[in-house]
Write a protein that binds this ligand. Structure first.
Ligand code: NAP
Length: 279
C-alpha cells in the first residue's frame, strides 16, 4: 500500500486565494487594508526568513504589513512597551511576535502584551483558554492549519484515536485540544513517554510535533493511519521517517509542502477576521 499524499501547498494556496478575495472586498468597503504587525527581536537568520516570508505573503494577499525590528539587546520591558503600543494602535489588526526571542527576554510576558483581539498567531493565554473551552478566538496557526488539512482531506476525527507527539504550548497542546473538541480520543506523547512506538502504533491519526528528525519510525504507523508531520528539521527532514511511513499510512504530509505552508495561510486568514471585526 502506498499513502495518498496530502498537498499542503495546494490547500494553503486555496485558502490564500480566499483570503486575497476577502481582503480586496474589505479594503474597498472599509477604505483601508488589513494590517499585520510583525515584531522581530535580534538577528537570528531563520527568524528573519520566517518574518520575511510572512510579510511577503501578506503583501501578496493585499494586506499592509508593519515591521518592527528590535536589537538583540532589547529588554523584556522595552519589548512589552512596543507590543502594548501596537495593541493600542487602531490601525493594527494583528500582531505577530516571531519566536524564539533572545533568552534574556520573558517570552510569556511579551506574548501577554498582545491584545487578544489582535492575537492572530494564537499565542496568548486568552486565546489558548478560549480554544480549550471551545469559545470563539484565534487558534495557534500551525494547529489551525493541521485541522484544515484534516478537513480538506475528509479525515474522520470523531471517535478516532489521535496520538500527538509533542506538547509545546504553540503546537502539540493546542492541536490535541482541537482534535478533542472534534471528538477524537487524544493521547499526548512527550520526552518522558515510556513506549512511544506502542502509542503511535495505536493511532488512527498521528500528529508529529517534536523537532527530532525521523524520530517516528515508519514501521510504527498503523496501516491506513493519517500522518500529519509538523516537524521541520535541517535538511528538509520531518519528524516522521517519511519513505517507510508512506508505505503504511493512508494519508501523509510530506516535508516540506505539507503542514508548513498552512501556517501562514491561517495567520493571514485570522488577520482578515480581526480586521473585519474592527471594521
Ligand atoms: P518544542 O517546543 O521544542 O517541543 C517539542 C516537544 O517534543 C516537547 O513537548 C518534547 O517533550 C517533545 N519531545 C522531545 N523529544 C521527544 C522524544 N524523544 N519523544 C517524544 N517527544 C519528544 O517544539 P515546537 O515548537 O512544538 O516544534 C516542534 C517541531 O515543529 C519543530 O520541528 C518545529 O520546527 C516545527 N514547527 C513547525 C511549524 C510549521 O510548520 N509552520 C510551526 C511550529 C513548529 P517535553 O515536553 O517532555 O520536553
Amino acid at each position: 500500500m502506498s499513502a495518498h499524499i496530502i498537498d499542503g501547498k495546494a490547500t494553503a494556496n486555496e485558502l490564500l486565494d480566499e483570503v486575497a478575495a476577502g481582503t480586496s472586498e474589505f479594503t474597498s468597503t472599509a477604505g483601508r487594508k488589513p494590517c499585520l504587525a510583525t515584531v522581530l527581536v535580534g538577528d537570528d537568520p531563520a527568524s528573519h526568513t520566517y518574518v520575511k516570508m510572512k510579510r511577503n505573503r501578506s503583501a501578496k494577499v493585499g494586506m499592509e504589513s508593519r515591521y518592527v525590528q528590535l536589537p538583540g539587546t532589547t529588554t523584556t520591558d522595552e519589548l512589552v512597551a512596543e507590543i502594548t503600543g501596537l495593541s493600542a494602535d487602531p490601525t493594527v489588526d494583528g500582531i505577530l511576535l516571531q519566536h524564539p526571542v533572545p533568552a534574556h527576554v520573558d517570552e510569556r510576558a511579551a506574548f501577554e502584551a498582545i491584545d487578544p483581539s489582535k492575537d492572530v498567531d494564537g499565542v496568548t493565554m486568552h486565546s489558548f483558554a478560549a480554544m480549550a473551552f471551545g469559545e470563539p478566538g484565534f487558534h495557534s496557526c500551525t494547529p489551525g492549519g493541521i485541522m484544515r488539512l484534516i478537513d480538506a482531506y475528509d479525515i474522520p476525527v470523531a471517535g478516532a484515536h489521535a496520538v500527538v507527539v509533542g506538547r509545546s504550548p504553540i503546537l502539540g497542546k493546542p492541536v490535541g485540544m482541537l482534535l478533542l473538541a472534534r471528538d477524537a480520543t487524544v493521547t499526548y506523547c512527550h520526552s518522558k513517554t515510556a513506549d512511544l512506538a506502542a502509542q503511535v502504533a495505536e493511532a488512527d491519526i498521528v500528529v508529529a510535533a517534536v523537532g527530532r528528525p525521523e524520530l517516528i519510525r515508519g514501521e510504527w504507523i498503523k496501516p491506513g493511519a493519517a500522518v500529519l508531520d509538523a516537524g521541520y528539521n535541517p535538511g528538509n527532514i520531518g519528524d516522521v521517517e517519511y519513505a517507510t511511513a508512506a508505505e503504511r499510512a493512508g494519508l501523509i504530509t510530506p516535508v516540506p509542502g505539507g503542514v508548513g505552508p498552512m501556517t501562514i495561510a491561517v495567520l493571514l486568514e485570522q488577520t482578515l477576521t480581526s480586521a473585519r471585526s474592527r471594521g
